[in-house]
Design a protein around this ligand. Structure first.
Ligand SMILES: [Zn+2]
Length: 221
């Protein structure tokens, strides 16, 4: 069932919570192999206006198809995909459009296990061309992970993947007054999550641990 779309730009925390429960339920179906939306409707059945209930910033990795992971159909999820799920300008703008013009109550930053972009940043692998600009925002998360984690390489990567989700969330808050205002007014929720490539489960990380500070600090700027 699709959550009722809030009146445009009148989303509330309750709408955001309903949206997350729908995603969670879809992820359970994905793990259980009981997909309900595999058929998708033909193009002629598409509605004239889109009314997605969640926006997701996720990685371009071919093993993380967002609609399948959450078992949702066409028109349900407003998706931004970029290597390493970082909050670049085009992604920030797209998410702003989603919350301000489509009334989406929930924004999810979705990382995933075994992320090559995060691994490259952790290992400080030299990269060419525009790939360097893709990896740059992930570098701070990778550095944080190297400084605060002394486990083995796999554990370090897992830690860095979570740190990178929180980094993208913080970048979103810092760069977007549109998102900030709606978080501050409790009209939308911004949560992080990590998709496990092997089990299929999406693990909720929740809101950014310093969200209130980030909002207060930015508001004072
Ligand atoms: Zn990735």
């Amino acid at each position: 069932m699709k959550p009722t779309q809030p009146e445009l730009d009148r989303a509330t925390w309750a709408d955001a919570d309903r949206a997350w429960r729908e995603l969670e339920a879809g992820n359970r179906r994905w793990v259980a192999g009981e997909l309900q939306n595999v058929g998708f409707a033909p193009p002629s059945a598409a509605e004239d206006d889109q009314a997605p209930f969640a926006a997701i910033l996720s990685c371009s990795d071919s093993r993380t198809p967002v609609e399948l992971i959450f078992d949702r159909g066409i028109g349900d999820i407003f998706t931004v995909r970029v290597a390493g799920n970082a909050a670049h300008t085009s992604g920030v703008g797209s998410l702003e459009y989603g919350v301000a013009h489509l009334g989406i109550p929930l924004v999810v930053v979705l990382g995933h296990t075994g992320c090559g972009a995060v691994a490259a940043a952790v290992d400080q692998t030299p990269v060419d061309g525009a790939i360097a600009r893709i990896v740059a925002p992930i570098a701070a998360a990778a550095e944080h992970a190297r400084e605060h984690h002394d486990g083995d390489a796999d554990a370090l990567l897992d830690f860095a993947i979570e740190a990178n989700v929180f980094q993208a969330m913080a970048d979103l808050i810092r760069r977007s007054a549109i998102i900030r205002d709606r978080l501050y007014d409790r009209r939308i929720k911004l949560v992080g999550a990590v998709y496990d490539l092997h089990t299929g489960w999406v693990r909720l990380l929740g809101a950014h641990p310093q969200q209130d500070t980030l909002l207060t600090h930015q508001a004072a700027d």
